[in-house]
Design a protein around this ligand. Structure first.
Ligand SMILES: [Fe+2]
Ligand SMILES: [Fe+2]
Length: 197
């Protein structure tokens, strides 16, 4: 499953560290939701595979420098259903969670997400956790084309998204685990700075 997680990002501009860092954030948020230990471990591994369906998206779309046109967006959105069809071939609890996360991690609390337009509690908690961790990491990580946002600004963005993009409950749990999340981020930053320097 680790290989699948890496594979999903081969085509992508995301770095491999994104999936591992956000997986640790997911586990911290799930811990703050009082999930049992075995499910925390599953959450961490399942979240690594959230974008595995990008294997099925043409590189010309994944790596397009400019904005995607509406047709290209439609194709891009299918990484959720492609990921689901790959991961739902196994029915172990881990892969069941991974398939759920792959399918629903772009749903939004107010029903404007994809692929199904689920609302609020219709969105499985595992996918709602990944949605928060994925955006937080995307905002704060270094990308070739953008400066990373300062942590405070990214935290504020998550807070503002409660009830529209994100589940208010999961945002509250994110804030409960913010000290651990910042520690995880710091450890990754130190590691990456050491590698660069
Ligand atoms: Fe995604
Ligand atoms: Fe991601």
């Amino acid at each position: 499953m680790v290989m699948l997680g890496e594979a999903g990002h081969y085509n992508d501009t995301d770095t491999g560290s994104h999936v591992w860092r956000m997986a640790s954030y997911c586990a911290e948020i799930a811990r703050a939701c009082a999930w049992p230990a075995d499910k925390l471990e599953a959450m961490e591994l399942a979240s690594v595979m959230h974008d595995v369906g990008k294997i099925g998206i043409p590189g010309s779309i994944l790596r397009k420098p400019g904005k995607l046109d509406p047709e290209e967006w439609k194709t891009m959105e299918t990484h959720t259903t492609i990921g689901y069809s790959i991961l739902s071939k196994s029915n172990t609890p881990l892969f069941e969670m991974a398939a759920t996360v792959a399918l629903y991690h772009h749903e939004k609390c107010n029903g404007t997400g994809y692929p199904k337009g689920l609302k609020g509690d219709e969105i499985p908690e595992s996918a709602a956790i990944v949605a928060v961790a994925d955006v937080f990491d995307a905002l704060t990580m270094v990308r070739p084309y953008k400066e990373p946002w300062p942590v405070d600004r990214a935290i504020e963005e998550i807070r503002k998204g409660a009830g529209t993009h994100f589940s208010p409950y999961i945002v509250e749990r994110f804030f409960k685990s913010i000290d651990s999340i910042i520690q995880i981020k710091q450890a990754w930053d130190d590691k990456e700075n050491a590698a660069d320097g």
